[in-house]
Design a protein around this ligand. Sequence first.
Ligand code: MN
Ligand code: MN
Length: 357
Amino acid sequence: MPSQPEYIGPVDSSVVPRFAGIATFALLPRLDQVSRADIAVVGVPFDGGVSYRPGARFGPAHVREASRLLRPYNPAQDVEPFGTQQVVDAGDIAVNPYDIDTAVAQIEEGARELTAGGTRLVAIGGDHTIALPLLRNVASIHGPVTVIHFDAHLDTWDTYFGAPITHGTPFRRASEEGLIDLTASVHVGTRGPLYSRQDLRDDKRLGFAVISSQELEDEGLSKAIERLHVRIAGKPVYVSIDIDVLDPAHAPGTGTPEAGGLTSRELLTILRSLSGANIVGADVVEVSPAYDHAQITAVAASHVAYELISAMAPRGSASVRGGTWAVSAALSFVCASFNAAMASVRARSASVRAPAL
Ligand code: MN
Ligand code: MN
């Protein structure tokens, strides 16, 4: 008799093929299928703050679809991210698509409800506007936090067309509101043309250091990672990842692409260096499926979220107890009719039940 798993993991893909059923992130249980959650992946389908190509409102569903292929063991960090903590898919925060102020208030309120019991969020956007209400919530819990911001852009501009809250302004507003640690925050992967030199002066005054895309190339990953860790100095961090930090070759499906960006391998390597850091929350934003091809961007985004969740996992494996591979009673119920249908197929063809590789 196997012991009751402490954590409910993804649907067992050796029983239910990973391309079957309704997509939750990494085929994890929904929030209403668990009694408590350490980490909730939550979609924030808002793109009313974009300045160029729209469409990131469809990001959460697109990333969930691409995340079906994620597996329970992460060898790069030597951790079972769904086996040492309860990770769930909390669905989407319902946001007003016509009114930015209303949407921002809804996102903050939704985040507050989800984090009330100590749950940490990995939010899937949505455009980068959503980082502001998410930071407001995190700062209300932890005080000013160190932000590690991966992006081609600074996102510390003041206004667009007179609007103070857009996807190009969240970190300026966050800095002005006292939400971030001005001594330790950092942009990573910045590149591309700016409006003027003043943008960089303002950015520095607002509390950010910069590890640019060019510096990453010049000094190499290890040196840049070292510099990043000196800057954040072991403090609690909020990690905000605009998928456009990747080169358009690695993430074409985004709203404001800039040439000369990181490879997905470089980004994943930097994220792995945060393994065991005190990550109090995170977001992955700006995936815009209409410009994506063959899920390139969504696959990258799903792996980025997976590495974040892995970095947030408690070290040590005492509490795994096979939980990662378990199919919960609730999920069994959800899949029961599917399994029944598949049973007859399996009876006819043993090859249907191939190893889940
Ligand atoms: Mn950007
Ligand atoms: Mn951004």
